[in-house]
Design a protein around this ligand. Structure first.
Ligand SMILES: Nc1nc2c(ncn2[C@@H]2O[C@H](COP(=O)(O)OP(=O)(O)O)[C@@H](O)[C@H]2O)c(=O)[nH]1
Ligand SMILES: [Mg+2]
Ligand SMILES: [Zn+2]
Length: 307
């Protein structure tokens, strides 16, 4: 009798539950709850952003729908930014995989930017060279990638079309995110790993002709209870305006021995006298192209501050 009385109102209200954001579509999010049900949710109010991989507290509303009440603290957050806006890409990622391919050619600067973002968030990172079956057409990537290996970043070579198995051990226990230009084979990799993912892939020529990306939304796929992988269209360009100019140099792992060795403790390593990093570059101890990328990013970071 008493159980139905004054407290009954409370019992009819849906309770807040936990879930993980597994896909983002603009301001709508697909959430997988702890018991495995899928809910389409919006964020309560307009506060903050929500990213794929976020752990959230949700209040179910109608069947299949709910409201995100709160985003739980994140262990990492990747986002891209330009001078005007920031866009969250993925949260709680433990590993960033930079996907490049034998063909088409890839941008070294994008690799640099991805490495900086990973170092900034203290997450693991490695380079995945895909389309090994086409390597005979061009050996060029190997020399470029050997440089990154010399910096200590692992390189794994695969052909996603032929055999995905060599990649699996690298994914174990991680929430990984694939980063790389369009056409490198990211969606092909996802489809090979998860046969029912049905990620849209496209012939390169068609993709370039149409001038649009084949992958239009970010999605997380569970590989097993401890491992998942995120495919995102947002990491094809990687604006780093949000990374503080002082944090930038640290993102270049080979610069670290020289940091703190300059005459000025607040040295920006641009044109300052007695700069240990500039001296190392003059002496050929660090790579001139990477220093140029650092200078370019510094200039845009400082322009940003002036706004
Ligand atoms: N030869 C070859 N082609 C591949 C391989 N992986 C992907 N591709 C092709 O590369 C193109 C772009 O792949 P896609 O997965 O859409 O790239 P994304 O833009 O990075 O997601 C498609 O035509 C794929 O079939 C591979 O290992 N070998
Ligand atoms: Mg894709
Ligand atoms: Zn300096």
């Amino acid at each position: 009798m008493s159980s139905k009385h004054p407290s009954s109102r409370k019992l009819t209200q849906p309770t807040v539950g936990r879930g993980q954001v597994i896909a983002t579509y603009g301001r709508q999010y697909e959430i997988k709850t702890q018991n495995g049900t899928l809910l389409t949710c919006v964020m309560r109010g307009k506060k903050g952003g929500v990213a794929c991989g976020d752990q959230v507290e949700i209040l179910p509303t109608t069947p299949g729908q709910g409201v995100i009440e709160m985003v739980l603290p994140r262990s990492s957050l990747l986002y891209r930014s330009d001078a005007f806006r920031q866009k969250l890409i993925a949260a709680n990622v433990t590993q960033l995989i930079i996907v490049v391919a034998a063909v088409p050619s890839f941008s070294e600067e994008l690799i640099d930017r991805c490495l900086i973002a990973a170092e900034n968030q203290h997450i693991k990172v490695f380079i995945l060279l895909n389309k090994a079956d086409l390597l005979e057409q061009t050996r060029a990537p190997i020399a470029t990638l050997a440089f990154y290996q010399s910096l200590g970043y692992p390189l794994l070579t695969i052909s996603a079309c032929q055999d995905i198995e060599p990649l699996r051990p690298y994914l174990q226990g991680h929430t990984s995110v694939l980063a790389g230009q369009s056409g490198m084979g990211k969606s092909t990799i996802i489809n090979a790993l998860i046969p029912d993912a049905q990620r849209t892939t496209m012939e390169i020529s068609t993709a370039l002709d149409s001038g649009r990306h084949t992958t239009t939304h970010t999605r997380l796929y569970h590989l097993d209870s401890e491992s998942s992988i995120i495919d995102s269209p947002g990491l094809q360009e990687f604006g780093l305006h949000h990374i503080d100019s002082r944090e930038l140099a640290w993102g270049f792992t080979e610069f670290r021995p020289y940091l703190g060795q300059c005459r000025f403790s607040n040295c920006r390593h641009m044109t300052e006298p007695d700069c240990a990093l500039l001296r190392a570059a003059q002496d050929g101890k660090t790579n001139a192209r990477r220093l140029a990328v650092y200078h370019k990013l510094m200039v845009s970071a400082e322009n940003q501050k002036a706004w």
